[in-house]
Design a protein around this ligand. Structure first.
Ligand SMILES: [Mn+2]
Length: 327
């Protein structure tokens, strides 16, 4: 199972469930493989406590009789190990929205109305009467929880039925342990920098970090900012080892975050996601020759234009002076 790079809980749990299904029904071994890293503290804790069959690698090495299943992303996305290779997956199982273009694959199950890919995998194993066991069930519940981390998640009938089926099988102590994972000091450094670098333009928040401890920082900050009263759209951008990572969010009345992000990334990089949550990357090579402030301005202008916001000058999220005045 090849999951998207920097695999999230949904990608890991879905791949794991498919390994279990194929192992039990076809007697064939399987692994979940992805590039990048797992950096969010909660997700690292998930791996520690639940031990999914996950390998993080730089390059995909395959044997001729390996069957590759792409999970939680599709062949046209640029965020997985099959990108720029001639390897063709035998199956694609995903819940992300359709990308422009088409692809041929022997088996596909693409359900953009489903909250998580884990829901699709839960339906497979349930139909095949495969018992997930408590660790896999916990991973799948955590996948559903993280992929529905928005103000008004839309759970389909199938999502609810997967949750109801998995909940009694999950280990709720481990789940609480994952959700309350210890955080490194660097997390607070990122947060401090983020709060000082967030500007509001007409109900939209923009946060630029000249550096961050890992690629997932942008997602964590975007999740936090979109919960702020009066903020309906968020774009968070951070430089991590030369690459630029972006994360966009929108509240229920904030429009299509993914469409706005695609407009920002056009010609620079690629990304994907859903109506209210999306992420992307501008590789270091694409930033070559563009000075930091120029890229910053370009991304800001594109995003304000995509959101149809006229207020060019932002105001600080937390003006230090005002906090002190209230003491
Ligand atoms: Mn997902």
């Amino acid at each position: 199972m090849v999951a998207h790079n920097n695999p999230d809980p949904d990608a890991i749990a879905t791949g794991w469930a498919l390994c279990k299904l194929i192992g039990e029904r076809l007697g064939k071994p399987g692994r979940v493989i992805a590039g990048g890293a797992v950096s969010r503290a909660e997700n690292r804790r998930m791996i520690q406590l639940l031990k999914p069959p996950l390998d993080i690698v730089d390059n995909l090495e395959t044997n001729p009789d390996d069957a590759i299943v792409l999970v939680d992303c599709n062949p046209l996305a640029n965020n997985h190990l099959l990108q720029n290779t001639s390897i063709r997956p035998v199956a694609v199982i995903d819940h992300h929205g359709p990308e422009l273009g088409s692809f041929r694959v022997p088996f596909r199950d693409l359900r953009p109305r489903t909250a998580a890919s884990a829901t699709i995998a839960a339906q497979y194993i349930r139909e095949q009467q495969v018992e997930p066991g408590s660790d896999l069930a916990t991973a799948m519940i955590y996948a559903l929880r993280t992929d529905t981390r928005t103000e008004q998640p839309t759970l389909s009938r199938l999502d609810k039925s997967a949750i109801a089926w998995l909940t009694p099988k999950a280990d709720h102590e481990k789940l609480a342990g994952i959700e309350n994972a210890p955080l490194p000091r660097s997390y607070y450094a990122d947060m401090l920098l983020a709060m000082e670098n967030t500007f509001i333009h007409d109900g939209a928040a923009l946060c630029f970090l000249p550096q961050a401890s890992g690629p997932e920082t942008v997602a964590e900050i975007a999740d936090l900012l979109v919960r702020c009263e009066g903020i309906h759209r968020v774009l968070c951008v951070a430089m991590v080892e030369g690459d630029v990572y972006l994360s966009a969010r929108s509240s229920p009345r904030g429009g299509d975050a993914n469409a706005a992000l695609q407009a920002v990334l056009k010609g620079l990089g690629r990304g994907g996601g859903h109506r209210h949550r999306a992420g992307g990357k501008v590789p270091a090579a694409a930033c070559d020759g563009i000075a930091g402030p120029d890229l910053h301005n370009e991304l800001r202008n594109r995003w304000l234009a995509a959101c149809k916001i006229e207020q060019q000058r932002g105001t600080r999220l937390v003006p230090r002076r005002e906090i002190l005045e209230h003491l």
